[in-house]
Design a protein around this ligand. Structure first.
Ligand SMILES: [Zn+2]
Ligand SMILES: [Zn+2]
Length: 349
């Protein structure tokens, strides 16, 4: 039996590197030898037992690699051995109504119980050295982009989805709450859209990092009242757009409080715990506020994120806080859990 290595969650706080059966691509699939897989908050929550899954479970959904074999029906003009690729949305079925309207991130057949990538273990598959991948889930990496950078296509695609929903216009004021990697990506894309970006973040180290990226309107919520600070910075009008990347219900309330006339409030993060918020319907009514949620991304967002990286429009190198070999994935997860790191990448070979 042909085997490869994979890191598998076997219980809470237990992640083991084991030999698994190497997947075999079907006629319309390619075999991808993964080179990198970044560790998302989602995998950190599985490790800690906050996101509950049935074990054994294979995590990893931010992966990049190289095609090493192609199925018999694959059009070799489009995809061939040696192509460097990002694998995206492997867990979407491609056939349900949501997938067919281009909302693969909201696939109706999605379940953490599903097995993907030709693997025998349920889960998203990115922590396996090989995956069998339908060609519709491949995105080509430019020569100049490293596998480490390419692994960040998925998180960037989720932020693309969020920022597109906010519909930022030139010169609008944009408050980004939180400056973890997702907050920082929001700030970068909002600036690229022509927004005036104000970032709210309590961690001084992160604020200093943002300054190195050229962001100077920074609010530390430990030092000032955030709503008052935003009003002071906007002639008491409030911000046109608030992008909230921190899953604390009180911040969702404050986001609405600080919004301007015709303001748009985007709730990006998931909430743990999911405490209900209190909203003044009259405030929404009078100020014509739009309150929207956003989650995941779709093929369109992936193509956009891939372009942003391939063309060097967004530089994610400053966000790669470390690379760990697959055998040291537990150390990698531990590093990812500390607030000082942005993204930890696992080198899969
Ligand atoms: Zn992710
Ligand atoms: Zn689907």
């Amino acid at each position: 039996m042909d085997t490869c290595k994979a890191a598998i969650f076997t219980e809470v706080e237990k992640l083991e590197v084991v030999d698994i059966k190497k997947p075999v691509p079907k006629a319309n699939e390619v075999l991808v030898e993964l080179k990198t897989c970044a560790i998302c908050t989602w995998e950190q929550r599985v490790y800690k037992g906050i996101n509950q899954v049935d074990f054994p479970f294979i995590g990893g959904h931010e992966e990049a690699g190289i095609i090493t074999a192609v199925g018999s029906d694959v059009d070799l003009k489009l995809w061939n051995i040696g192509d460097r690729v990002v694998v995206g949305m492997l867990t979407s079925c491609g056939e349900c109504e949501n997938c067919r309207i281009g909302e693969e991130g909201s696939c109706q057949n999605f379940s953490y119980e599903n097995m993907v990538g030709g693997l025998d273990t349920r889960g998203m598959g990115g922590f396996s050295q090989y995956l069998a991948v339908p060609v519709s889930k491949l995105f080509k990496i430019a020569d100049k982009l490293s596998y480490e950078e390419a692994a960040l296509t998925e998180p960037l695609s989720c932020v693309v989805h969020s920022v597109e929903l906010a519909n930022i216009q030139l010169g609008e004021s944009v408050v980004v709450i939180g400056a973890g990697i997702m907050g920082a990506f929001h700030a970068i894309l909002a600036r690229n859209k022509g927004g005036r970006v104000i970032v709210v973040e309590p961690n001084e180290q992160r604020l200093d990092f943002l300054k190195t990226l050229g962001f100077n309107e920074l609010i530390n919520p430990n030092q000032v009242n955030v709503v008052e600070a935003v009003l002071a910075l906007t002639d008491n009008k409030g911000a046109d757009i608030i992008l909230n990347t921190v899953g604390v219900s009180k911040l969702a309330e404050e986001s609405i409080e600080m919004s301007a006339l015709y303001g748009r409030v985007v709730l990006y993060s998931s909430y743990h715990p999911d405490t209900p918020i209190s909203v003044s319907p009259n405030k929404l009514h009078r100020r014509m506020t739009k309150l929207v949620g956003t989650a995941n991304s779709n093929t369109h967002d992936f193509i956009t994120a891939m372009k942003l990286l391939n063309e060097g429009i967004v530089d994610v190198k400053p966000f790669i806080s470390g690379t760990y070999p697959l055998v040291s994935i537990v150390e990698g997860i531990q590093a990812a859990l500390t607030p000082e790191t942005y993204r930890i990448v696992i080198a899969m070979d």
